[in-house]
Design a protein around this ligand. Structure first.
Ligand SMILES: [Ca+2]
Ligand SMILES: [Ca+2]
Length: 700
């Protein structure tokens, strides 16, 4: 056994430079012997060591021998910790240990720095609302599961695989709240219930769960401007209940001529209706059955936030905010100025004959939206659960008003306001006109924001009808290759067209007031198959609106079997958009526009390949010469064309042929980037570059 004196001696000896290999060998032998002995031998060894210790030569020779014995022992596993610690102070052990320690610290610091750098340089991932087209379902017309002739929520569940087929992740469902259906769901009787015609709350929860299971996001309509006149709040308000009396906008008026001012509703009549119960007029910017809520009342603001929370708690992924510019009206209630001042003021104007200075876009509107956005942000904190907001506002020529819905760099509002400008495409179908409409958005959009494109919805005639069937494909190609989120109204993916509605069958209140403004033509049942009712419903008498007579050829089932169909091309483009970085988030550079063709590039720095999109919106075939675009190589490869003929062909940039209504996506490789030209007019939401060596996208 060792004792304290041994350690002191050992310590001295370890620091003694007179250590030899020869001595070490002997010591090792001695040690081996010591380790190999039995208890008896150990006692003998103790005696020997005592003897050695007592025979130390006072001149130092004896000390030398003792040290030789100790220091000839090298550290080995199992050696007592105390002894090992003495060895550890030797330079040959201490120095490598310190070097390794600092190397480890350096490596950790380098890894932390690298991680921070990668995070700082990486562009944000595309949120789900950016990564996929947005698909609009008009639920009355999508799929009828119970055979009553009207579409419903279970019907949507039955068709969820359609979105997987199209590679679509975001689905907006037009309103399914409890409603007397005077405006087909936009007149809400109860914001917390599902209307029985669409199903039950259980059906909704099942739909949401199934959509989430498939990676789909559900966006609801939010209709804050008004309620149904059957809503509980309105009944309490008209009877002057103390709490609810100011939930709506009431003013004194003459019961026989109830027009406190010249304001007109969207549907054409006066915005005011006399209520006999209360003895006053109430405001309605839409139908008289849709009284406007009073957003200057804090209780109303609270109620609407509670409704948002109700659905956010259920897990909905976003809201389309309806008719937001009409949320507030001027409190002074003065008549609006006529667009034609020579017209007698007593004449009854249409909504197009007034400047809506007092009924739209009033001060305080954006604050309301910001409050809602902030509420949605509270529910967006969980990773992957971002809640999306899109606003609906038709501002026509006043694009600056539309852009305000993007909010400011410091205060968020909608993720994007719907871009309705392409709805004007059929007015003057030409490459120059389309370029004008596209640039109208791109050049007015605040820097860094995300564009979007709408070519149809439940309020506007189908573009395949207004632009012509021959242009459906090229329009789909346009919105799927432009930067930003395309919106696809149900049926556009197969080229559905408007139906003709006899006056006697008009359902839409707007159509009953003015048949030419009716919205039934674009709301006909979805065409799934060539079977009865186009596979929309098995009702035996009639669907709620007639099915388009072309359904036997224009339907999902038939088009799935045809690789050249509108549907197949939509799917191909949707997949291309998802798989190609330049189409997802690259630069957008218009390079050519004439009476027929609009052409643009999509390119991303650092990536070898880029795309040229060439779209013919004109009435004739043409050949486009892009030889002036020096950044393009002489030859390009066709990835896809909407006309017959497969991809893979090579075309010279000096002679790019296109038929009327044809669109082409061409791919090319070039080391030169068009957006770097000093005269280039290009746009990108968030600059990103590709580093091929490490397969990394970074901010640049
Ligand atoms: Ca039904
Ligand atoms: Ca309003």
């Amino acid at each position: 056994m060792t004792n304290g004196n041994d350690f002191v001696e050992l310590e001295e000896c370890i620091s003694n430079p007179g250590f030899t290999e020869h001595g070490a060998e002997e010591s090792r032998d001695s040690t081996e012997k010591n380790r190999g002995t039995t208890e008896e031998n150990r006692e003998s060894t103790e005696e020997t060591r005592d003897s050695t210790a007592t025979s130390v030569d006072p001149t130092g020779g004896g000390q030398q021998d003792a040290c030789t014995e100790y220091t000839q022992i090298k550290p080995y596993a199992g050696m007592p910790k105390e002894v090992l610690l003495l060895y550890s102070s030797q330079a040959r052990y201490r120095v490598p240990r310190q070097i390794l320690f600092w190397l480890l610290i350096l490596c950790v610091l380098a890894l932390v720095a690298l991680t921070i750098t990668v995070i700082a340089l990486s562009p944000p991932c595309l949120g789900w609302w950016r990564a996929s087209p947005l698909y609009q379902i008009y639920p009355r017309s999508f799929r009828d599961s119970d055979g009553d002739g009207v579409g419903d929520l279970k019907g949507i569940i039955e068709q969820l695989s359609h979105f997987e087929y199209l590679n679509i992740k975001s689905v907006w469902i037009s309103p399914f709240y409890r409603s007397p259906m005077r405006d087909f769901g936009y007149d809400v009787e109860d914001f917390r219930e599902v209307d029985p015609v669409f199903g039950t709350m259980q059906d909704f929860e099942e739909l949401l769960a199934q959509m989430h299971n498939r990676g789909l996001k559900l966006i609801m309509d939010f209709i804050p401007n008004h309620t149904s006149d059957r809503h509980r709040w309105f009944n309490l308000s008209r009877s002057r209940d103390e709490h609810y009396k100011d939930y709506y906008l009431w003013t004194d008026c003459n019961a026989t001529a109830p027009r406190p001012n010249n304001w007109v509703s969207v549907f054409g009549n006066s915005s005011w209706t006399y209520d006999e119960v209360r003895g006053q007029c109430y405001l309605h910017q839409f139908l008289k059955e849709q009284p406007d809520l009073n957003f200057r009342n804090p209780h109303v603001r609270r109620e609407m936030i509670d409704i948002l929370r109700f659905w956010l708690e259920k897990g909905v992924d976003g809201f389309r905010m309806a008719a937001v510019k009409r949320l507030l009206e001027a409190s002074h209630l003065r008549s609006e100025p006529l667009t034609d001042p020579s017209k007698p003021p007593e004449a009854f104007p249409s909504q197009w004959e007034l400047h809506h200075d007092y009924t739209t876009s009033q001060l305080g509107l954006h604050q309301l939206l910001q409050e809602w956005r902030a509420e949605m942000d509270v529910y967006s904190r969980e990773p992957g659960r971002y809640r999306f907001m899109v606003t609906e506002s038709y501002d026509h020529e006043e694009v600056d008003k539309t852009m305000m819905y993007y909010g400011s760099p410091l205060v968020k509002e909608s993720d994007f306001p719907f871009n309705f400008y392409l709805l004007d495409l059929p007015r003057n179908p030409s490459g120059l006109w389309v370029q004008h409409l596209v640039l109208l958005w791109m050049s007015n959009m605040p820097a860094g924001r995300w564009p979007n494109w709408v070519v149809g919805n439940h309020d506007n005639g189908r573009i395949a009808s207004s632009a012509g069937r021959g242009y459906t494909r090229v329009i789909n190609m346009l919105i799927l290759t432009l930067p930003g989120t395309p919106t696809t109204y149900y049926g556009e993916e197969i080229g559905m067209e408007n139906i003709n509605i006899p006056h006697s069958q008009i359902q839409d209140p707007a159509g009953k007031y003015n048949p030419s403004a009716g919205r039934d033509p674009q709301r006909s049942p979805m065409q799934w198959t060539g079977d009865m009712n186009a596979g929309f419903s098995n009702v035996t008498n009639a669907t709620w609106l007639p099915v388009h007579p072309d359904y036997s050829s224009v339907n999902v089932e038939t088009q799935k079997a045809d690789s050249g169909s509108v549907l197949a091309q939509y799917r191909l483009l949707s997949r291309l958009r998802q798989s190609e970085l330049p189409l997802q988030r690259g630069w957008f550079c218009p390079v050519h526009a004439d009476t027929n063709v609009f052409s643009f590039l999509r390119e991303l720095d650092g990536l070898d390949h880029a795309f040229l999109v060439l779209l013919n919106f004109g009435k004739e075939a043409t050949v486009t010469d892009l030889s002036a675009v020096a950044e393009l190589p002489d030859w390009l490869t066709v990835v896809m064309t909407t006309a017959s003929g497969a991809g893979g062909r090579r075309l010279p940039k000096a002679s790019l042929p296109s038929e009327a209504g044809e669109g082409l996506v061409l791919q090319y490789s070039s080391g030169r980037r068009y957006h770097a030209r000093p005269d280039a007019r290009c746009f990108v939401s968030e600059k990103a570059c590709y580093l091929r060596v490490v397969n990394l996208l970074y901010k640049c």
